[in-house]
Design a protein around this ligand. Structure first.
Ligand code: ZN
Ligand code: FE
Length: 169
């Protein structure tokens, strides 16, 4: 049985395919974050998303560098999971009228994306190690740490913001 439309029959091919998919994921997040920032109300939430947007631009550049050094194929493979997470977030955000409740939805949506990225970067970092790509592993681990910090910051913001959402009529 074939699980992939592109022929992938080695861990290295799978690894490169996943890097290209993660590049698409980061590109989509770069486009989605400005919309989330404009719809957020809490100042600290806006700032956290803004600084993660800047980090995400660095994540795109890192991924392009890894891919271009690895055979010159820096073209993305569309990440359908990220697309679904973002369109799901858009739908939920537009249905909410209360500002604090909207912030709670924005935090929840952003954290879903972070957790997907954390899972994905953890996997490709470990594959990089197995494949002997130690430089890649280091770079991927750096991005993984930044996704983790973004997620933790959102948790701490939600601890402060969600009680306001709870009080919304
Ligand atoms: Zn990222
Ligand atoms: Fe992220």
């Amino acid at each position: 049985m074939k699980f992939f439309s592109a022929n992938i029959d080695s861990l290295r091919e799978l690894y490169i395919n996943q890097l290209r998919t993660l590049l698409s994921s980061e590109e989509q997040i770069t486009e989605a974050l400005p919309k989330m920032i404009s719809k957020a109300t809490d100042t600290q939430l806006k700032q956290a998303l803004q600084s993660h947007l800047q980090e995400t631009e660095v994540h795109v550049a890192r991924m392009e560098k890894i891919l271009s050094e690895n055979g010159g194929k820096a073209d993305a493979v569309k990440c359908k999971i990220t697309a679904a997470l973002i369109s799901g977030a858009d739908e939920m955000i537009k249905d909410v009228t209360d500002e604090s409740v909207r912030d709670a939805v924005i935090i929840a949506s952003a954290q879903r994306v972070e957790h997907f990225e954390i899972a994905s970067y953890g996997t490709v970092r470990n594959w990089a190690r197995i494949l002997g790509e130690n430089k890649h592993a280091q770079i991927l681990d750096q991005t993984l740490q930044e996704e983790g910090h973004a997620d933790q910051l959102l948790t701490s913001i939600s601890d402060r913001v969600n009680p306001y959402a709870e009080k919304a009529a």
